[in-house]
Design a protein around this ligand. Structure first.
Ligand code: COA
Length: 145
């Protein structure tokens, strides 16, 4: 059975574990400080009580920035990412968010296709943003009333 819930700082080790198994974005210390940022929500998707996906979103007034979005490797390509993104979009709608923003490496073509499916549009680019020299592509999804 799938469930989705907001998690708190006490569970930062579980977040670090999923991150280390997937995209290796943050250290343990970075995860701890992420939880302390203003407007940050860390949300986990669980299957049979085990975390299989996490997103981190930071809400500032009427905009939301996705800081982390990842599904465990062995659960990918089964619709779980779409399920979690659909949940996030509904949460944004409930909070009257106007824009959902994110940045993704230009080399991450799977994420590109994934976000395209949810009508995110490319709105900018940060040159040489990542350690390997890749650009960051800035994307946004506007919520129209
Ligand atoms: C991007 C990610 C979240 C997708 O999760 P997922 O559970 O595999 O996604 P879904 O099964 O719901 O697929 C949704 C859509 O994404 C795209 N997609 C997902 N995996 C794909 C793949 N391997 N090849 C091509 N398209 C793919 C497709 O458009 C797919 O729609 P379709 O099934 O109708 O073709 C997952 O690959 C992931 O965690 N990647 C590592 C983290 C990451 O890159 N995060 C985003 C950057 S911040």
């Amino acid at each position: 059975m799938i469930s989705i819930k907001e998690i708190d700082q006490k569970e930062f080790e579980l977040c670090y574990e999923l991150d280390s198994d997937t995209i290796c974005l943050w250290t343990k210390e970075q995860w701890q400080s992420e939880f302390k940022k203003r407007g940050v929500k860390v949300v986990a998707m669980l299957l049979k009580k085990k975390i299989i996906g996490i997103y981190v979103v930071q809400i500032i007034i009427d905009e939301a920035q996705i800081n982390f979005f990842s599904i465990k490797q062995k659960f990918r390509r089964k619709g779980f990412g779409s399920y979690l993104m659909t949940y996030l979009i509904k949460e944004c709608e409930k909070l009257n968010i106007k824009k959902l923003l994110l940045e993704v490496s230009e080399t991450n073509s799977i994420a590109e296709m994934f976000y395209c499916k949810f009508n995110f549009l490319t709105v900018g680019r940060r040159k040489n943003y990542y350690k390997n020299g890749a650009d960051a592509v800035l994307k946004e999804k506007k919520f129209i009333k």
